[in-house]
Design a protein around this ligand. Structure first.
Ligand code: TYM
Length: 332
């Protein structure tokens, strides 16, 4: 079976709707057809300032939210990155074939380091995409379901795989990004020209998967809309309404056209209230499920241990091959 792999950083107390529609929903959809590996990239999370106790808690929250979203540990390996040491080991090898200039062109690093200045950014933040390439190549993944903001990192991964294969012999599967256009970039409800992100200055436009139904309804009511009155899908002229339509469509499975028809002759406010109700219900149920899962840490630990075991099997096979190809003496 072809393989799929993805992860989402445990850097907040909850994931948000952008993570859910951009990533988790695709993860869940792909786990039947693919041999799936989904993991919590805790090694990535330490590339910015962080608190160890919080990281530990957020790693559990991450695992619980993956499960609440529908990742099925019977079908997919669900694990924590640091439980599989091969990730860091392969990243080091890949670092040797990554150009400094090539790494410097990563826009996410440029954006993130722009906030505090490159001098205060960690070297880890700079080499982060190389670790991500290792995550992917270690499992010989065919597909990597992510949002639009990760496209460049998957492109780097492809280049590194091809380069290694070319220099040292066929070793890695060259992966493809799996980016579903309709939900590849969910926008902030307060500023629909910016992507929804946990690090946005205000949280008023970010719907977290742990928000209460009341909070969700309020965030939707105060969502920024556009000039004009007609509900239509036009991301350039009407980014706010278009974002709400995209979310509505992703949540219900109805096409955007059908929703536009349904709301014909009605006002922006109607759409905001209707979507607010739907999302309040969705997030409410999601929160209940997450809390339930978090109540049984023993069971979470068992799921993650089993996932790490499955992941290790594949990871150690790939790393062996890489070390062999790299010219390392293998010992006896
Ligand atoms: P991260 O943790 O920032 O985000 C997790 C996933 O959510 C997607 N996403 C969005 N999709 C649509 N609209 C949005 N507003 C939005 N915000 C976030 C992201 O594209 C991502 O798919 N580097 C990765 C984590 C990672 C990884 C990997 C992913 C580490 N190793 C290997 C895939 C494969 C990251 O920071 O995603």
């Amino acid at each position: 079976r072809p393989r799929v792999l993805s992860g989402a950083q445990p850097t907040a107390d909850s994931y948000h709707l952008g993570n859910y529609f951009g990533a988790f929903k695709q993860w869940v959809a792909l786990q039947d057809e693919f041999e799936a590996f989904y993991f919590v990239p805790d090694l990535h999370a330490i590339t910015v300032e962080y608190d160890p106790a919080l990281l530990r808690e957020r790693t559990y929250i991450a695992a619980a939210q993956f499960l609440a979203a529908g990742v099925d540990p019977e079908r997919s390996a669900l694990f924590v990155q640091s439980h599989v040491p091969e990730h860091a080991q392969l990243a080091w090898v890949l670092g040797g074939i990554t150009g400094y200039g090539e790494a410097s062109r990563m826009t996410q690093f440029k954006d993130k380091s722009a906030k505090g200045g490159q001098d205060v950014s960690s070297v880890g933040l700079f080499t982060y995409p190389i670790l991500m390439a290792a995550d992917i190549l270690l499992y010989q993944a065919d597909k990597v379901p992510v949002g639009e903001d990760q496209r460049q990192h998957v492109e780097l991964t492809r280049n590194l795989a091809q380069r290694f294969n070319h220099r040292f012999g066929e070793t890695f599967t060259v992966p493809e990004a799996h980016i579903v256009k309709a939900t590849a970039k969910i926008y902030d409800l307060q500023d629909p020209t910016k992507k929804m992100s946990g690090s946005n200055q205000s949280h008023a436009g970010v719907v977290d998967l742990t928000d209460t139904p009341k909070q969700v309804a309020k965030k939707l009511r105060s969502a920024v809309t556009d000039s004009g009155t007609e509900i239509s899908f036009d991301p350039v002229e009407k980014p706010g309404i278009s974002n709400l339509l995209s979310i509505y469509s992703a949540l219900t499975g109805e096409s955007v056209e059908a929703i536009v028809t349904e709301f014909e002759g009605r006002q922006y406010g109607h759409l905001k209230v209707a979507l607010g109700d739907l999302l309040a219900e969705f997030v409410g149920a999601f929160g209940d499920r997450t809390r339930e899962l978090l109540d049984d840490r023993g069971e979470l630990d068992r799921v993650l241990a089993r996932g790490a075991e499955q992941a290790s099997e594949v990871a150690s096979t790939t790393l062996d091959l890489v070390y062999e190809r790299s010219g390392f003496v293998r010992g006896i």
